[in-house]
Design a protein around this ligand. Structure first.
Ligand code: ZN
Length: 459
């Protein structure tokens, strides 16, 4: 059955992020069969008819947002429990994740998707943390989003609980996962290879998974950090840095996405650029977790070398919000302050990372990331009848510096309206909130991972 057509009519601005970066005042977008069929000024599209017309006079339209590193499966039930003085919560994070049941993961995923979609996210990459994709498939389908999944594998010791297998089994599991899942949900679901990190995987495993990703014409992502200490440790493995280690193994390439990438030096940036690998950076996680984005982050240099840089929210217990607008805001202001240089990461560049550059980093640059004829129709309509959008002269500056996801009014994925007038219809929100709160109680009781509720007395 053909999909109903949709027209977004007379938007105050359409920020296309197309090749010319056109911003169209009084702009219209026509969507047919899930794709953008026309974009232009409202008068040019006046004769275009559609099954549904959205009066967009007080909307700013942008491409849908891409989240390139988003552990959606465990954190919502225990969001906010880690006190600031805990230090790294990774040990607790992985213990909680390991303890999740199938039903708990389904509800947690549903809540994560709700928050992501309501804030304008149309595509997310979960770096292997979902343990029960069969149970969660319904949640992805109901939410209507694009999702990239994989099975997290390792074959070496790790300082926290990670799924560890003999090398051959890790490869076989990844192959089975890709073969089962890639292309599901009418192509909205992609399956990748997802080794956890270069430190927790042998050279043989990393090489086998890269070969597998190449053979299956899919991609690979892994957690990647560097810094002076890491570079010293890699000396024992015969490489100058973790990045050089991956390059020597032949594991870098255009279908490889490095997550976080904090602490890379000039040689590593050159290596990433040379091999065509992409990067996801999580600016809010880095700032909140005291990971040193301001000292170790090299976002401006990666961008200057033409590296495809996506943004991620990491997890609801890292960033802790799942708001792409706030994430773009942090990306735009973090380096200005750290280096006392106001020219760094302009608002336009932050928006590119949230849209077309992020989509390109995830290998989806031909399909999404811009409001452009022929692209899949993934769009966000921001409501400017709100104080934070006033006064409106430069819509990109307003979006990145003034606003946040709360003004997301309508979200369209693949031509389907998934958020309509601030509302979604795929889940009963109040019931879900209560269910996830209960899961959090059970999870803390079961694992013993719990902390005083607050530094201040709760009466
Ligand atoms: Zn991660």
């Amino acid at each position: 059955m053909p999909q109903p057509s949709l027209k977004i009519d007379g938007a105050r601005y359409v920020i296309t992020v197309d090749d010319q970066r056109r911003i169209i005042r009084d702009g219209s977008v026509l969507i047919e069969n899930g794709r953008i069929s026309r974009v232009g000024r409202a008068d040019e599209l006046a004769a275009a008819r559609a099954d549904r017309v959205i009066d967009a006079r007080h909307f700013v339209v942008t491409p849908g947002f891409v989240n390139g590193h988003m552990h959606i499966s465990y954190a919502h039930p225990v969001r906010g429990i880690f006190p600031d003085d805990l230090g790294s919560p990774l040990k607790q994070v992985f213990a909680l994740q390991t303890a999740m049941t199938e039903d708990e993961e389904y509800h947690t995923t549903l809540l994560a998707l709700l928050e992501l979609v309501r804030n304008g996210t149309v595509c997310l990459l979960d770096p292997g943390s979902t343990k029960f994709p069969d149970a969660c498939l319904q949640a992805y389908e109901d939410a209507g989003v694009r999702v990239i999944l994989g099975e997290c594998v390792t074959d070496r010791e790790a300082p926290f609980t990670l799924p560890r297998y003999p090398t051959a089994e890790a490869v076989a599991r990844t192959a089975a996962f890709i073969d089962k899942w890639n292309g599901r949900l009418e192509g909205r679901l992609r399956a990748w290879a997802m080794p956890f990190s270069p430190e927790t995987c042998s050279a043989e495993l990393l090489q086998a998974l890269k070969r597998l990703a190449d053979e299956r014409r899919t991609s690979l992502t892994l957690h990647h950090g560097s810094g002076p200490q890491a570079r010293r440790e890699y000396g024992d493995r015969g490489a100058k840095s973790p990045t050089e280690h991956l390059e020597k193994l032949g594991v870098l390439g255009p279908n490889v996405l490095l997550a976080h990438a904090l602490g890379v030096d000039d040689a590593e940036i050159a290596c990433i650029a040379r091999t065509g690998a992409a990067v996801t950076m999580c600016p809010v996680t880095a700032a909140k977790g005291a990971r040193g984005a301001t000292a170790l982050g090299r976002m401006p240099e990666l961008l200057a070398r033409g590296v495809r840089v996506a943004l991620g929210c990491d997890s609801p217990n890292n960033s802790n919000h799942l708001d792409p607008v706030r994430t773009m805001n942090m990306a735009a202001i973090q380096y200005k302050d750290a280096r006392q240089d106001i020219r760094l990461v302009p608002a336009e560049t932050a928006l590119e990372m949230g849209t077309r550059l992020g989509a390109a980093a995830l290998g989806l640059g031909d399909e999404i990331g811009a409001v452009e004829t022929g692209k899949r129709a993934d769009l966000v309509l921001f409501d400017t009848w709100r104080p934070e959008w006033q006064a409106l002269w430069n819509p990109v500056n307003n979006l990145i510096y003034n606003t946040d996801g709360r003004s997301v009014h309508t979200v369209i994925v693949d031509g389907r309206v998934v958020v309509d007038d601030y509302r979604q219809t795929f889940v009963d929100e109040r019931r879900l909130f209560a269910t996830v709160q209960e899961i959090g109680e059970r999870l803390q009781a079961r694992t013993g991972i719990t902390f005083p509720r607050s530094r201040w007395p709760i009466l």
